[in-house]
Design a binder for this molecule. Structure first.
Ligand SMILES: Cc1ncc(COP(=O)(O)O)c(C=O)c1O
Length: 437
């Protein structure tokens, strides 16, 4: 039991008062397990927060961070550089789709999203199309919590309170989920390609000459694992091309192995113009995000006299040396451990086990892609979200960490999970579902 005063820390995306009455405090982590403040061992079924696919406290990443912090703890980020950031950018580009040539570093996924949105607007202006400022997101999308990402995001709870102060000139295409048409699809649903045509509706409404970019997650994570229908992303790409709209893939979850490739763009066979990443870039060890752009985007944005700053944007901690060292070690591990192949090798087992929950109480849909899994429950009348939270708490009590978004349970197992671990996670969820009313 912790004796620490829990009150001063206002925890993010947490029911603070309920939490502090019954805290779940983690003390250490190793490999696939946390140890909590009571000394209990917990199997992490969520890989951190979609972050830590290689496992906790990976010795090679820990060593790289320790060495870096003792060598160059910080380096002024503006008008100066250090080798680790340059090396990391080069390593990222080496595994990105071939058109991508430049990397801008941020500290989080939220900052990456806002950076990408700002770049899109600046890109069109630099090309003489300064009217193209409108940004299009998607219902149920999640692009972090800063003003830009929140505005293009489409999760009601995150938007509700801030509705009057969203950035102007934003619209949303409809989301891709339909229980009646695609429930219990394994991998990509075969129904729903036509949902991409909603972008044409917005082009007709606003006119393409006003639209800068469309931002979507290739597979929506935070809203409860919404997998794109077959052909859907291709159609978005075609429509963006037709109308000169930049396509941004927010790959904060899908990049670096989660769906069995370095980038979701590669796995899904659709190449956007800008990609945002974070989480798996450093295995969650040190905060870091990044925005990757195609050479054509970079060239347009840097078309000014050489001595001028091309983009008035950046963070004190952009390309932070310790984060960059963590990133380099992480990418090396992905390579050494053939992580992306490893994911493809176990995703089938994960899919089979996950879908075995179909007949369990309350379950109305199961969705999966790569090592992302979603189990949607019917809501209890009058208390939406209660079942999901109870399932989460029951799993925690049984020593397994999962996550719920309302009544959708999400699973994000380690890239190197064993079959026994996957079975334990699924069995624990099964018992939780049977136990709740
Ligand atoms: C797709 C996507 N974009 C952006 C973010 C925000 O990232 P961060 O919490 O690092 O700001 C997340 C976080 O889950 C995400 O899933």
């Amino acid at each position: 039991m912790t004796t620490t005063n829990l009150e001063p820390y206002w925890m993010p995306f947490t029911a603070n008062r309920a939490f502090k009455k019954a805290p779940r405090v983690l003390h250490s982590a190793q490999g696939h397990y946390y140890t909590d403040a009571d000394g209990r061992t917990l199997l992490d079924g969520f890989s951190g927060l979609w972050t830590t696919g290689l496992g906790h406290c990976h010795p090679k990443i820990v060593a790289a961070v320790q060495a870096q912090v003792a060598t160059l703890d910080y380096a002024m980020a503006f008008q100066m550089g250090h080798n680790k950031a340059f090396e990391l950018a080069e390593r990222i580009i080496a595994i990105a789709p071939p058109e991508f040539t430049r990397v801008f570093f941020t500290n989080s996924g939220s900052e990456a999203a806002d950076t990408a949105l700002k770049m899109s607007i600046a890109y069109h202006r630099a090309r003489g199309e300064g009217n193209r400022t409108r940004l299009i997101g998607r219902e149920r999308g999640y692009h972090g919590v800063n003003f830009g990402g929140m505005s293009v995001g489409g999760m009601t709870a995150n938007r509700k309170v801030f509705s009057p102060v969203m950035i102007p000139g934003v619209d949303h295409i409809r989301h891709t989920h339909s229980l009646g048409d695609m429930a219990f699809s394994k991998g990509q649903p075969t129904w729903g390609t036509h949902l991409a045509d909603d972008l044409e509706r917005l082009v007709t409404l606003h006119d393409a000459s006003n639209i800068a970019a469309l931002i979507v997650e290739p597979v929506a994570g935070s809203a409860g694992v919404l997998v794109p229908p077959v052909g859907y992303l291709d159609r978005l790409r075609e429509t963006c091309d037709k109308h000169g709209i930049l396509l941004i893939f927010d790959e904060v979850i899908t990049a670096f192995g989660r769906i069995g490739a370095a980038f979701g763009a590669q796995r899904l066979g659709v190449t956007p113009d800008i990609i945002t990443v974070a989480k798996g870039l450093t295995n969650g060890v040190i905060p870091m995000g990044a925005v990757l752009v195609k050479e054509s985007v970079y060239q347009a944005l840097t078309n000014c006299p050489e001595n001028l700053i091309e983009l008035f944007h950046g963070y004190t901690y952009s390309g932070h040396p310790v984060a960059a060292a963590a990133g380099l070690a992480t990418l090396q591990c992905y390579d050494d451990e053939a992580t992306f192949v490893q994911v493809r090798n176990i995703e089938g087992v994960f899919e089979t086990l996950l879908h075995e929950l179909k007949a369990e109480p309350h379950v109305v849909d199961i969705r999966n892609f790569g090592l992302m899994g979603g189990i949607e429950l019917t809501s209890r009348v009058g208390s939406a979200g209660a079942r999901g939270t109870e399932a989460y708490l029951r799993c925690f009590a049984e020593g397994v960490v999962i996550r719920n978004t309302g009544d959708i349970i999400a699973l994000s197992p380690f890239f190197n999970s064993t079959e026994d671990e996957l079975i334990r996670i699924i069995d624990t969820v099964r018992r939780a579902l049977r136990a709740i009313d």
